[in-house]
Ligand binder design. Structure first.
Ligand SMILES: Cc1ncc(COP(=O)(O)O)c(C=O)c1O
Length: 394
């Protein structure tokens, strides 16, 4: 079966955060949104069928994942990542950000230091700050078009600040790195050495471009498994974010008990039944759809790369190794962040995520979500080109 990723689906008036809330968020009503990380593609047909069947049954009472739910999850991780998980490791939460906040509260106290690697997915920073913890940043190094980790700074910051928790973004949003075994091992060894607990956010694990391989951090070494809370979810992969389901895996029983306790304190118990149904269907019947989606996204990436090279060489694509988010180095435009934002919103009619949202090192960059039909992407690139050629607004 060939899945129609080229087909345009009108998402307006569907309660979509991306399409229905522009004005509320201070943007023009008809702006083209390529910001928040969900996709403009319907979920796999098997997922839609499973949800339809559940919906027809009509009873949406308290629900739990049965053995077949765990089998679907463990089968996916075994087949795709060679990672064996046990049923008792699993704690379900409504979202990964919810789990990150819970982990921060479970494993650290007020004012304890939590380390992240900016520029990074901005809710990491918000989760740390809003829970009254100290934000410590190991800024990624950007050189020759590629991001790498400053390992010396990583260890120094941990020691100087007595860091208790490290939130790893793997693959990394927004810079698109798929960390290598060497990089993950180096970070893991330092965390083990200094007693740092790791929250490994691997929500983008299924989006890796050819030539790269996602490695589950906790699967690399039993010592890493003992200190790690691995955050997974089917929601990015199969476009299910609105169904609120994520699967958190914690091998260490003491950590798991503390984490569960914190989840309980937040008043959360059973998951959303539609999330359970969708997750099980996706992990058992979604592989072929995902394979085709990845090929389509690789085509979208080619389209962005070629267009920028030919039409807007002032903007440089930071070549992603994973995720459907691309990180554009816009410094060649010669505009400051505010001027560029005005150009994008007012002139181009584009809603992107501006780099400064991602913290240190984000100045001069924009993040673009390319998980949309190619026609939408081409429309966005065309608007960008026109605005750059006639930047009178600044
Ligand atoms: C790295 C990362 N973690 C978590 C999330 C959000 O996950 P959730 O909706 O489960 O909180 C995103 C969404 O873009 C993300 O990029």
């Amino acid at each position: 079966m060939q899945y129609p990723f080229d087909r345009l689906t009108d998402r307006r008036n569907t309660d979509s955060l991306k399409y229905d809330f522009a004005e509320k968020r201070g943007k023009p009503r008809d702006i083209l949104p390529l910001w928040v990380a969900d996709m403009d593609f319907p979920a796999p047909p098997a997922v839609i069928e499973a949800l339809t069947e559940k919906s027809r049954h009509g009873i949406f009472g308290y629900s739990e994942g049965r053995e077949d739910y765990f089998a679907a999850l463990s089968g996916w991780y075994c087949k795709n990542f060679d990672w064996e998980i046990r049923p008792e490791w699993l704690v379900k939460t409504p979202s990964v950000v919810f789990a990150i906040c819970a982990a921060i509260r479970a494993f650290t106290k007020d004012q304890d230091a939590v380390l992240i690697q900016q520029p990074v997915y901005y809710p990491f920073t918000e989760s740390i700050v809003s829970n009254n913890r100290k934000l410590v940043v190991n800024q990624l190094i950007y050189a020759d078009g590629k991001y790498t980790i400053d390992l010396r700074d990583f260890e120094e910051k941990i020691v100087q600040n007595q860091v208790k928790l490290f939130i790893l973004c793997s693959p990394h949003n927004p810079v698109g790195r798929v960390w290598t075994e060497e990089e993950l091992t180096a970070m893991g060894d330092i965390c083990v050495k200094h007693g740092v607990i790791v929250v490994s956010d691997e929500i983008h694990a299924d989006f890796v471009y050819p030539g790269h391989r996602h490695l589950v951090f906790a699967g690399l070494n039993p010592a890493f498994s003992e200190i790690t809370v691995t955050c997974t979810a089917p929601t990015k992969t199969f476009n299910l974010a609105g169904l609120q389901i994520s699967n958190i895996l914690i091998a260490n029983s003491a950590l798991r008990t503390r984490f569960r306790h914190e989840i309980g304190r937040a008043g959360y118990s059973q998951p959303n039944v539609m999330g359970l149904v969708a997750c099980r269907a996706a992990y058992t019947q979604g592989q072929e759809w995902l394979d085709q989606l990845r090929a389509y996204l690789a085509g979208n990436l080619d389209c962005v790369r070629q267009f920028l090279q030919a039409q807007i060489p002032q903007i440089r694509l930071v070549e992603p190794e994973g995720t459907y988010l691309v990180w554009l180095d816009c410094r060649g435009l010669g505009l400051d962040d505010q001027q560029r934002e005005r150009l994008l919103v007012e002139k181009a009619g584009l809603w992107l995520d501006t780099g400064t949202m991602f913290g240190a090192g984000g100045e001069g960059f924009e993040r673009v979500n390319i998980a949309c039909p190619r026609a939408t992407l081409k429309e966005a690139l065309g608007r960008l080109q026109k605005s750059v050629e006639n930047p009178s607004i600044t």
